[in-house]
Design a protein around this ligand. Structure first.
Ligand code: G3P
Length: 218
């Protein structure tokens, strides 16, 4: 399972990268705005900084909602760095643009996916990644994890290459459940990754090992 971090915060990206378990980064306009990054040039520069920190794929979202605009923006983003994956919204023009980029060998991430039907369309259009938003489904009393299971079944039925990128992951149990269900990738906050470290028996065991070692050195 690949681990992506879902943030535009450079300190958090650096921290996750330094753990040695980071496979990529996802961003969106809201995450950029949260870091105070606004305006086209600043956003493009920020993508470059992120690419300098990590080795893997960096999703960069187009703002346009019509086909020609998406193509123009996506081509410019992809030309910046090989690590860039063009993030497209799950709307009709986004699906068309996904097919265009796939034919050109440009990687894509179809975002804002909330149903199995949308995920099927993204795969048909040749998306590199599909991003079902599990946390936002949970927010409206719908089972986000069930969507991961549905997409896994459909993709396996037809051997689609599109990778399931579980997005809107909010906490560590989302990560574990997505791994059980066979999501190819998860993207979440740094806390969802760091939470995987925690177990009280690890802390108790380590304290005992260190105390026993210290006895021999008294
Ligand atoms: O990866 C998608 C993500 O950025 C949305 O997360 O927590 O705003 O639903 P959230």
């Amino acid at each position: 399972m690949k681990f992506f971090i879902d943030t535009a915060n450079l300190d958090q990206i650096t921290m996750a990268q330094s753990m040695g378990v980071l496979d990529g980064v996802t961003t969106n306009p809201s995450l950029m705005a949260k870091e105070g990054i606004t305006g086209k040039e600043n956003i493009l520069n920020h993508y470059k900084k992120i690419c300098d920190i990590v080795d893997g794929h960096v999703s960069a979202e187009v703002i346009s909602t019509e086909y020609e605009g998406m193509i123009k923006e996506g081509e410019a983003l992809a030309a910046m760095n090989d690590q860039i994956v063009v993030k497209l919204p799950m709307i009709k023009d986004g699906v068309r643009a996904c097919k265009y980029f796939n034919d050109k060998g440009i990687k894509t991430n179809v975002t804002l996916v909330f149903s199995a039907g949308q995920a099927l369309l993204a795969a048909k259009a040749g998306a590199t990644y599909v991003s079902p938003f599990i946390g936002r489904l949970d927010d409206i009393s719908t089972d986000g994890l069930n969507l991961i299971a549905e997409i896994r079944m459909i993709y396996d039925n037809y051997a689609f290459d599109t990778e399931i990128l579980a997005a809107s992951v909010r906490h560590t149990m989302h990560v574990i459940d997505c791994a059980k269900l066979g999501a190819d990738v998860m993207t979440g906050p740094l806390s969802s990754i760091e939470g995987l470290l925690k177990h009280p028996l690890t802390d108790i065991g380590l304290a005992k090992f260190l105390a026993d070692y210290a006895k021999g050195n008294d």
